[in-house]
Structure formats: C-alpha cells, structure tokens
Design a protein around this ligand. Structure first.
Ligand code: ACO
Length: 429
C-alpha cells in the first residue's frame, strides 16, 4: 500500500499523487494543483488551525481520546509523583532528565537570577493600585527586554541559554510583585535559600517574620501544579510564542506575547469561571437543578468540563483532584469542594455528558486549591504563566532550531472590494 493520496481536480480532470508523511500531506504540495499557468495554486483554508499541524515537535505528546499527556515521553502522572518543576523545566528544554550534577547546576543558575533590576520595581510602582496582575506581568516581561538588548541574538544557542535561565528565574519575582503592588504591601525580595516554589510563596505572603517558612505540603502542592501546567503542545499561547518568536523577536517580548494570549478568558481564565459557577450554585442541594439547566441549553455550561483535545478525563485533573485533599488537610476544606464533587459525580453518570465525552479538565479543581492557598482570583492566570514559561521557551527554542520553520505568515482568502479609485473628501457621502 503506497503512502500517497491521489487527488483528481474535477476542474481540469488532472490527477495528482501526493505523499503522506506522519498522517499529513504538505499544504504546499497542493500548490501544483492549478487551473492555468498563472493560477496561484490550491491552498488549504483552516480558520483557528483546527486540522493543521504547524510544526514538528518532540516536546509534549497528547492523546485526547485516551487521556494521555507526556512530556518528552514521560507520563505526567509519574512526573507529578516524583519530579519537581525545576527538573521538569530542564526536561522540557533539554529533552532529558538531568543527572544530579546537571540538576544542581541548573538549580543554582536559576536561583542566582531571581533578582530583577531596581528600575523594574520602580516601573511596577507606575501602575494603578487596581491594575490586573496579568496586565502587569505582560508589561514587565516586555520591559525586561530593554535591560537585556543582547537577548536579540536569538540565533546564538549560548546566548539563548542565558536568557532562558533569567526568564525562568525572574517570572516568580515579577508575578509576586504584581500581587504585592495590588494589595499595597512592600515588595519582598527573593530568598535564595528557599526552593523555587517556596521562594515564590515567600515573595507573595511574607510580612514581618524575619525568615519565611513555607508549609511543606503547600510548597509541594504548588510544585505539582507547576509541573502540570508547564506545557501543553500547540495551544494558543505556545502558538503565539512560536509566531512572535519566528520574527526573531527577543525571548522577553516573545514571552510577553505568549502571556498576553494566556490572559484571555478562553485560555488561562477558566478556573476563575469554575469558582464563580460553584459560588452561584451555592449548595449541594442545588446541583441537580443546575445540571438540568446546563442540559436545557439555556446558556449555562458546566465550567471546568470539556476540552477541545481531551475526550476523556484530563489526566491533569486526576492528579489535581487528589492534590486538593492534601491541600485542604492543611488549609481546611474549601466549602465549595462538596459542590464540585457532587457536580462531577452527577455529570459523569449523565447521558448528556457521556455522549458528548465531557469530563473534568485541569481547571475544575485547580481554582479551589489556589483559593484555599490564599491566592486571589486575579492571580490564577499568573500562576499558570509562571510554569508555562518553560514550555513557551522550549517551544520557542525548538522552533528556532527547526530548519523547516520561517517567519510565520499565513495566507488569506481576500473577501474585500477588488479595486476602486480614491474618493476626495467633498465627494464622500
Ligand atoms: N457544559 C455543557 N455542555 C458542554 C460543555 C460544558 N462544559 N462543553 C461542551 N458542551 C457541549 C456543547 O454544548 C456541544 O453540545 P451540542 O453538540 O449539543 O451542541 C458539545 O458539548 C460539543 O461542544 P463544543 O463547544 O463543540 O466543544 P469544543 O471542543 O469547541 O469546546 C471547550 C471545548 C471550549 C473547552 C468547552 O468544552 C467548554 O466551553 N468548556 C467549559 C469551559 C472550560 O472549562 N474551559 C477550560 C478548558 S481547559 C484549558 O483551557 C486550560
């Protein structure tokens, strides 16, 4: 059986044989299909990239039907059980788990770059007290690029490595300061004796205590949440990082663009919507009525359920569900948890959800955990952005090293007026 497809163009009666590689045909192979010599050639039309592979990638594998997520081949469940976010960031960027010497060096490098220039602190002070944390993070990432003009040398792998470390190291500092600014508390400088997540909690929550000691269960829970959020192949923000980075933009501005994509409520904001929904339901006894209203199609969706790719239980949601119990054992139970569990129990046994393959996604329980840990709702997308930085950087770096990639430049189907003459102002209606 040949790995080819035969296409007959019924406009001309001509037949073409195109190779099939990895379950795809190359879109540019269609360009030979023409009705005349001056015809541009056949294009594909794929709004929102619903059926287009835009790259080859060896970073993250998802099988949405089977509910599988792997980073560099390692199942997400094993990484969440045994690894740390710092180790996973190394894995995503370098392709292999580090040995103990490599991990020590990597951890030291990241720890040594957690501070940001004092001018950046002053820039943060320029925001209004109620500026959204994500808006501040996006701006601060762009501002960071002005401190590192050499980061423009994106074709130099050694130079890239320096700025990858800086970005992973400084994300928690910027994110924590964005929060301290909102609540009017003094900025807390990094404590380099703490772990990546322990230091982040320190910069967020430390008050007058001389040495902040993160609760080990909460520190580990945050580390696991960071592992789960580190990458998710060609999602909206990874695609933004690749598209912007393809213009050889520096990595700081590239990550500002990716963070801006994540800011959108259709991407990084669903866990906030879950919290709002649970509050609106208010009590376990109201769950059946809410489910009925969802099935009635009156506009309510069961937030935190369903996924474009996963048509099975999101593997991240399974890990988070278990984690919620560990966190609540420390913080006290989030009263909304019982409502969430009841919703899940009813939905997973209801024909409407079964038929449509709607299962809990990563956002169903993560908001409950973040809230119990004391994070305000506006910090939720920021908590997503910190670990996703390693995924964005891995995608960006892979794109730069891929000889098939060029500046991202889609085509269009022009639907406007073909041509007309300029109309002077006194002749316009
Ligand atoms: N509640 C109720 N019904 C749903 C839900 C839901 N959460 N999700 C999908 N459906 C129904 C749709 O109404 C549709 O039904 P129909 O065939 O009778 O018209 C069917 O399931 C298919 O839905 P689509 O909208 O076509 O599925 P799509 O893949 O486009 O949407 C999405 C995926 C956006 C995630 C959707 O499931 C949703 O809105 N979920 C709630 C929001 C949410 O939790 N988002 C977070 C996703 S995870 C992340 O981004 C990190």
């Amino acid at each position: 059986m040949a790995d080819t497809i035969t296409i007959t163009d019924n406009r001309t009666g001509k037949t073409y044989e195109l190779p099939i590689t990895d379950g795809t045909i190359r879109a540019d192979a269609l360009r030979q299909i023409k009705v005349s010599d001056d015809d541009f050639g056949l294009m594909t039309y794929d709004p929102a990239f619903m059926n287009t592979a835009s790259c080859r990638s060896a970073i993250t594998f998802i099988d949405g039907d089977a509910g599988i997520l792997r980073y560099r081949g390692y199942p997400i469940e094993q990484l969440a059980e045994s690894s740390s976010y710092i180790e996973v960031a190394y894995l995503l960027l370098h392709g292999e788990l580090p040995n103990s010497t490599q991990l020590e060096k990597w951890t030291t490098e990241i720890t040594n770059h957690t501070y940001v220039h004092e001018f950046l602190r002053k820039a943060m002070e320029g925001f209004r007290y109620d500026a959204h944390a994500m808006g501040k993070l996006v701006s601060m990432l762009g501002a960071l690029s002005t401190f590192y003009p050499d980061s423009k040398n994106v074709r130099d792998p050694a130079n890239r490595a320096i700025h990858i470390v800086k970005l992973i190291a400084k994300m928690p500092t910027l994110a924590a300061w964005a929060h301290r600014h909102s609540v009017g508390r003094p900025y807390v400088y990094p404590d380099n004796e703490l772990s990546y997540c322990g230091n982040y909690l320190n910069m967020l929550f430390r008050m007058s205590e001389p040495k902040y000691k993160p609760h080990p269960v909460l520190e580990r829970a945050l580390d696991i949440l960071f592992i789960l959020h580190a990458d998710h192949e060609q999602n909206c923000s990874a695609n933004a990082a690749r598209a912007v980075g393809s213009a050889e933009t520096d990595p700081y501005c590239t990550l500002a663009a990716a963070s801006a994509a994540l800011y959108g409520p259709l991407h990084g904001g669903a866990n906030e919507a879950v919290l709002r929904m649970l509050r609106q339901i208010g009590d376990v006894k109201n769950v059946p009525e809410f489910i009925t209203s969802v099935k009635g199609g009156k506009g309510n969706r069961l937030m935190g359920f369903g996924h474009r790719v996963y048509k099975n239980y999101d593997p991240r949601a399974k890990v988070i569900r278990k984690l919620a119990h560990d966190v609540f054992a420390v913080t006290g139970k989030n009263p909304l948890l019982d409502i969430a569990i009841e919703l899940e129990t009813i939905a997973l046994n209801d024909d409407y959800f079964i038929k449509r393959k709607l299962y809990p996604n990563v956002d169903f329980y993560s908001g409950l955990i973040y809230q119990a840990m004391g994070f305000p709702v506006e910090m939720f997308p920021v908590l997503f952005a910190i670990p996703r930085a390693s995924g964005w950087l891995a995608q960006w770096q892979e794109m730069l090293g891929d000889n098939e990639q060029k500046i991202a430049r889609p085509r269009q189907i022009y639907t406007g007026i073909e041509i007309r003459d300029y109309v002077p102002m006194d002749k316009r209606g």
